[in-house]
Design a protein around this ligand. Structure first.
Ligand code: KG4
Ligand code: ZN
Length: 334
């Protein structure tokens, strides 16, 4: 069965064609993304109205591109999986309305998918992983630890109390005048810097060791930048020291969760999962405890529609479908 995936929860418009026969197993025939970084860069962050207006323009061409790359037409598609939340409501509505229109026109079913479920299942796109597995979802909007028990059964063990880790990368990059989005720039700059140049405090939530907090590090960097020492510190050193702090703060709760659940596999997913130092440190720390790290290819870490098709596919195969009344939900819970 060919599933068309559609994703517009934030500033990327994405479409993918995924061929599936069995839950969790399938072949990605195409995965196309229209990125809006050049538009939002001018404002130093995502402007929701611009994001949805641009989705209106790019959504159908991206769907056509995904189908052309997969060598198929709408008549070949058996069902559509579309993100219905959480995310920016204006952005979500564009993808959802496209999915409904195409499903109606082709006389095929569609299902609404939770964006986080997509991220949680993304590691399965190119790897066979036995369930249960532990997943760290770490992006610009989320920082959470989940046990993926089965398709449709997810248990949250930890969450950020304030900012997401990606948000900290983006805000610190903005403070340092490095542009938007900040994660990749800081990652690249850090390769030339000293990780121990500046010692920032590592936030820990003692009562809840599997939770995260990233608002403090952002404030620490802001006040350091204004200090004499801050003015004298090279950006490479500051970037590397900040990144090392964030990696430590992601590592500790993840290791606590892996130990508590006796996880043999830990999957990293979400945009920040592309961070080279996070991958390196996480792989080392897990290997030392005889656990395995699975991190999807970069294009499946960041927002994409292949993961949405994967997350919708097991429900499609069961014969589930949603009604045309289905609404977008900016705060959809998993
Ligand atoms: O998953 P994603 O594409 O969108 C959201 O759902 O948020 O993640 C985007 C986030 C941004 O905050 C970006 O700065 C961060 O992922 N990011 C990185 C790296 N590449 C992207 N953060 C750290 N290191 C990277 N190499
Ligand atoms: Zn995402």
């Amino acid at each position: 069965m060919l599933i068309l995936g559609i994703e517009t929860s934030c500033d990327d418009a994405a479409a993918a064609v995924f061929e599936t026969r069995r839950a969790g197993i399938g072949k990605i025939l195409s995965s196309a993304v229209a990125n809006q970084d050049d538009i939002h860069r001018l404002y130093g962050g995502i402007v929701p109205e611009l994001a949805s207006r641009n989705h209106v323009v790019t959504m159908m061409p991206i769907i056509e591109r995904a189908m052309a790359e997969a060598g198929c037409k709408l008549v070949d598609i058996g069902g559509i999986a579309v993100t219905r939340g959480p995310g920016l409501v204006g952005s979500l509505l564009v993808g959802l309305m496209c999915a409904k229109g195409l499903a109606q026109a082709a006389g095929i079913p569609f299902v609404g998918v939770n964006h986080i479920e997509g991220h949680l299942l993304a590691p399965l796109l190119e790897n066979e992983i036995a369930m249960p597995y532990l997943a760290l979802v770490v992006s610009g909007g989320h920082t959470s630890l989940f046990v993926v028990e089965d398709f449709g059964r997810y248990r949250r063990l930890g969450n950020t109390r304030d900012d997401a880790a990606g948000e900290a990368f983006d805000k610190v990059a903005k403070l340092m005048g490095l542009g938007y989005p900040g994660g990749k720039v800081i990652d690249d700059l850090s390769k030339r810097g000293h990780r121990k140049a500046v010692r920032f405090p590592r936030a820990r939530i003692k009562s809840s060791p599997m939770d995260f907090s990233f608002s403090g590090i952002k404030t620490s960097v802001a006040s350091f930048l204004k200090s004499e020492a801050g003015i004298a510190t090279a950006s490479e050193d500051l970037a590397a020291s900040f990144q090392e702090t964030v990696v430590d703060m992601l590592l500790r709760p993840t290791l606590a969760a892996a130990q508590a659940t006796h996880a043999s596999v830990v999957a990293l997913t979400g945009g920040v999962a592309a961070n080279s130092r996070l991958r390196e440190r996480m792989a080392e720390a897990l290997a030392a405890e005889n656990r395995r790290l699975v991190a999807p290819a970069f294009r499946f870490c960041t927002d994409n529609a292949a993961m949405i098709a994967m997350a919708g596919s097991y429900r499609m195969l069961r014969g589930e479908r949603d009604r045309l009344e289905l609404d977008a939900d900016a705060n959809l819970a998993l």
